[in-house]
Design a binder for this molecule. Sequence first.
Ligand SMILES: C[S@@+](CC[C@H](N)C(=O)[O-])C[C@H]1O[C@@H](n2cnc3c(N)ncnc32)[C@H](O)[C@@H]1O
Length: 286
Amino acid sequence: MKQQYRQILSTLKPFVKWAGGKRQLMPVLNENLPKIFGTYHEPFLGGGALLFHILTKQNKQKCSLSDLNADLILSYTVIRNRVDELIHSLKIHEKNYYKDSKSYYYSVRESNPGDEIEKTSRLLFLNRTCFNGLYRVNRKGKFNVPLGKYTNPNIVNEENLRFVSAILDSNRISIQCRDFEAVLGDVKKGDFIYFDPPYQPVSQTANFTSYTDKDFAYGDLSRLVKLCMDLDAKGCKVLLSNSNSADVIDMFSKKPWKINKIQATRSINSDSKKRSGHFELLIKNY
Ligand SMILES: C[S@@+](CC[C@H](N)C(=O)[O-])C[C@H]1O[C@@H](n2cnc3c(N)ncnc32)[C@H](O)[C@@H]1O
């Protein structure tokens, strides 16, 4: 059993590819983690790259996780509570996709299932087969990404889904759909909060913020900055990712905030040649 658990931990990874996901930045994020902390809070959870990294290192870690995207949060809870039914539903998608990928993809994209298993298997299926694995919705909250060019997409990653289900099935982990500011009511001194919000646009063309039907606006950034100050005053350890934006640098220019410029790869540009290196910010108060 112990060996099985160790195997789970060494291969655990996010179950969705999420725009702005942090898998490629894991070495530098890892170097910037606090040495000790109480509960881990991730209020812009997305695909949870840092969460899974932390659980790989410390599987008993207490975690409080949230995101405003209701379909995403539903996926976490369905994977935790009903993974067998989910895998069964994904296998049906896989079978149909391989008969006629184009017409099947668009029929699933147009569908709007009410059942929670079907909703989650639709999200995971579209995530595996859509262009660039990019989750994006329009103002009506409708997923609007075209079919991707894959010859053999891994639609049912059964092993990883079971690993994720096993690790999330713990009373040490809470998962909620809510706005990021609610984290203030949950934290205690010594807790660690990682914020990975939709990034502040640095140019007219770099304004990807459509994870939900509401864009992340300048007012949200101001709320986030105020929240970071309040968390600092409570004695929490705060780590924040953002774009290399002059506004953000200015907002965190005072003590105790330390700003690191780190090299990153932008993975959501549709032109793979433009996904090369750029700088982004890693800001912390410890
Ligand atoms: C950059 S992504 C996080 C990516 C994540 N770190 C990963 O590794 O996949 C930002 C997330 O913030 C969520 N979000 C946007 N506005 C929010 C809000 N007001 N409150 C909470 N979450 C929000 C989006 O749904 C999205 O999942």
